[in-house]
Design a protein around this ligand. Structure first.
Ligand code: GCO
Ligand code: MG
Length: 402
């Protein structure tokens, strides 16, 4: 089989997505997600201008060699743009392989290690009462695990909480908006939120929380320690992770499990975190981490150190990436949990898919390959719209991590 053509589709059914379609001389095509929130066009250009010309004519079954060709062969390694582009190609090639063998992707990755993939939902509210109402709603929908974020008194905008009505969506159309941040009110507030959550929902529901890179290691240690009575499933991104050593400080102070990795684009970003057992869950994204080939290796490496997976599954990853994650989740032994932030109806019809949700679990479906398609005619009705993630400032105006 030979790759005859590849093209990049940019569409915005509710939000922007970058999708790579790779075609072959046998009429089989594969899809890959290359969406990088707020930087979509850079990945599209990297693919169209630099990678696709080198892809034409290759055998799509050579997933390992093609991955190495674009990673090692570029001389310039890593970075979110490069790795999202490689991730899109890798995903599309595995999709072709599954279709060619007429089998769902998980069968090519080791088969089924489990029947269903436990997912966590997002619940949020402008204050504790509203956040807990949303938890009740998601529990009613069948979720066994729920991430809880609530507005913080004294801070006008909080990560994870929509500004108006409607579902939370991190990217906003137009130029970046500015959010506000203060650590002390947040640290006072979060233990109260989870005390109430345990009081109302008992011990069985898994509760999660995302700190979204905002604390120093010692502040994260304090938060983790104060949350211990409420036994969270994890706290996520307690501190920015460029300094992997920072997590040693957190570990010295708390037994609350830690999840990190949605912004990583290489296993090297997590190398010290994993081999020192400073984290419990690796949250890399199949797209941004370089695709299925790279993530399967990352998961196997993490397994040696009792680190499980909790792959990123926000709405800024397309249904193509969601499907890829569900196939990997189904196949690997050290799966932990999968994030599930449902796409809008507009997005779902542009990307018809076989994966499904039932009673707190998701299933990749049994269609060959990834089991996701792209309705190109419909996609063309939603042209790209400039959108950015917000930036964040402390109360004195200093820029801080969003
Ligand atoms: C999560 C994430 C997202 C990110 C988003 C950025 O845990 O799902 O933190 O909500 O903010 O993916 O593009
Ligand atoms: Mg997160």
């Amino acid at each position: 089989m030979k790759i005859t053509n590849a093209n990049v589709n940019i569409t915005s059914p509710g939000r922007n997505f970058v999708t790579l379609k790779v075609e072959t001389d046998e009429g089989i095509y594969g899809l890959g997600d290359g969406t990088l929130n707020g930087r979509e066009l850079a990945v599209a250009s990297y693919l169209s201008d630099h990678l696709i010309p080198c892809l034409i004519g290759r055998d799509p079954f050579q997933t390992e060699d093609i991955w190495q060709y674009f990673y090692r062969g570029a001389y310039w390694r890593r970075g979110p743009v490069t790795m999202a582009a490689i991730g899109a190609i890798d995903m599309a090639l595995w999709d072709i392989k599954g279709k060619a063998f007429n089998t769902p992707l998980y069968n090519l990755l080791g088969g089924k290690s489990r029947e269903g993939v436990m997912v966590y939902a997002h619940a949020n509210g402008k204050d504790i009462d509203h956040a807990l109402e949303d938890v009740a709603k998601h529990k009613e929908m069948g979720y066994k695990a729920i991430r809880v974020q609530s507005g913080v008194p004294g801070i006008s905008s909080t990560y994870g909480v929509p500004k108006g009505p409607g579902r939370y969506e991190p990217a906003e159309r137009g130029l970046p908006s500015e959010y506000e941040w203060a650590t002390e009110p947040y640290l006072h507030h979060v233990p109260k939120l989870f005390a109430r959550a345990r009081e109302e929902f008992g011990d069985d529901l898994h509760l999660l929380h995302d700190c979204h890179h905002r604390l120093t290691p010692i502040e994260a240690g304090r938060l983790g320690k104060e949350l211990e009575p409420f036994h969270l499933f994890w706290i996520e991104d307690p501190t920015p992770a460029e300094l992997q050593d920072g997590f040693r400080v957190i570990r010295e102070h708390t037994t609350t499990p830690i999840a990190v990795g949605e912004v990583f684009n290489s296993i090297w970003d997590a190398h010290d975190l994993i081999r020192n057992q400073w984290i419990d869950y690796l949250r890399m994204t199949i797209t941004h981490g370089g695709g299925i080939t790279a993530l399967k290796k990352a998961a196997d490496f993490a397994a040696l150190y009792h680190v499980r997976t909790g792959f990123h599954g926000a709405t800024d990853l397309s249904p193509v990436c969601m499907a890829a994650a569900l196939h990997v989740d189904t196949a690997i032994h050290n799966f932990g949990i999968q994030e599930h932030m449902p796409h809008s109806d507009e997005t779902d019809v542009v990307f018809p898919h076989h994966y499904m949700f039932k009673d707190g679990f998701m299933f990749p479906g049994n269609a060959p390959g990834l089991g996701v398609d792209l309705d190109e005619k419909l996609a063309a009705k939603y042209p790209y719209q400039r959108a950015y993630l917000p930036v964040n400032r402390k109360l004195d105006g200093a820029l801080t991590d969003w």
